[in-house]
Ligand binder design. Structure first.
Ligand SMILES: [Cu+2]
Length: 277
């Protein structure tokens, strides 16, 4: 794969050099990237499989982990490099724990031209080891029988948790909170984004869209917080976006208080640990 990319890049570079020298005054912006290029080059391929109607490639933004994962799928006509761009693609993550099975929060993908791929998400709620994960890609194409490609995947837990769950202080409702941003924190104001899902059943985890969240970052080792934070507000589909201000590098604990639509506190001591240098 690496070698292939290198050769592809080299071929591209040679092609561009040739174009440059052979045209005296074309505009110097490059042309659109070729189809099947490397918009997913930073992604990790988790597997490839052929179904009756498609060759399926599954990618994660990085090795699958407990938390919010960006997921990409490419579909090719069987045995070719011809991209299928107009299918309806659905996901189904599933964990088999021996005595029981459960799914996870996810969002079905849609085709994104700039990525040449179907882009969606999956929020894994447990690491492999406590059971085994599969990730199914369901493909529907007009006039064809629906196809499913099921991949075995490994889900690891990061050393600093990117997900916590809690039971409401008011009832038995269980929620999952996944940190989406910052993934590469910097000193200063960072986007702070979490996805919140409610567990309806072991197979259904819809977005929680009516919560209020307050954040309060602190540096426990130094006993200070920071000014100018912005509480995350709901943007749609369970995404809450605000700003967190990290005034220096090191270990921060971002405390979270979560309220329901009636302003009753359902979680008073949620938090994410975020360490960066
Ligand atoms: Cu599990």
């Amino acid at each position: 794969m690496k070698t292939l990319n290198k050769w592809a890049l080299m071929a591209l570079a040679i092609g561009m050099a040739f174009q440059f020298s052979s045209c005296d005054k074309e505009d110097d912006t490059t042309t659109d990237p070729p189809k099947n290029n490397d918009a997913l080059s930073s992604y990790v391929m988790a597997g490839e499989q052929s179904t009756a109607n498609a060759d399926v490639k599954l990618y994660f933004a990085e090795n699958a982990f407990v938390g919010y994962n960006n997921v990409a799928v490419r579909l090719m006509e069987p045995g070719t490099n011809d991209m299928i761009e107009n299918a309806t693609v659905k996901f189904l993550p599933m964990m088999d724990m021996g005595t029981m099975m459960h799914s996870a929060p996810f969002s079905n993908p849609s085709f994104k031209v700039d990525m040449d791929a179907y882009m969606g998400s999956s929020t894994f709620i447990m690491p492999s080891g406590m059971g085994t994960w599969t990730f199914s890609v369901i493909i529907e194409q007009t006039g064809k029988t629906p196809d499913t490609a099921t991949f075995s995947i490994e889900v690891m837990a990061k050393s600093e948790a990117k997900l916590f769950n809690f039971k409401s202080a008011l009832n038995d409702d269980t929620y999952f909170v996944a940190l989406k941003e910052p993934m590469a924190p910097e000193v200063g104001l960072n986007d702070f984004e979490v996805m919140v899902y409610k567990r309806e059943t072991m197979m259904s985890f819809p977005p929680a869209t009516d919560l209020k969240i307050e954040i309060d970052p602190e540096m426990p080792s130094m006993g200070h917080g920071s000014p100018n934070n912005e509480n995350p507000i709901h943007m749609g589909d369970g995404l809450y976006r605000g700003k967190v201000n990290f005034t220096m590098t090191g270990y921060w604990k971002v405390n979270m208080k979560i309220m329901d639509a009636q302003d009753s506190v359902i979680k008073s001591d949620g938090y994410f640990d975020i360490t960066f240098q």
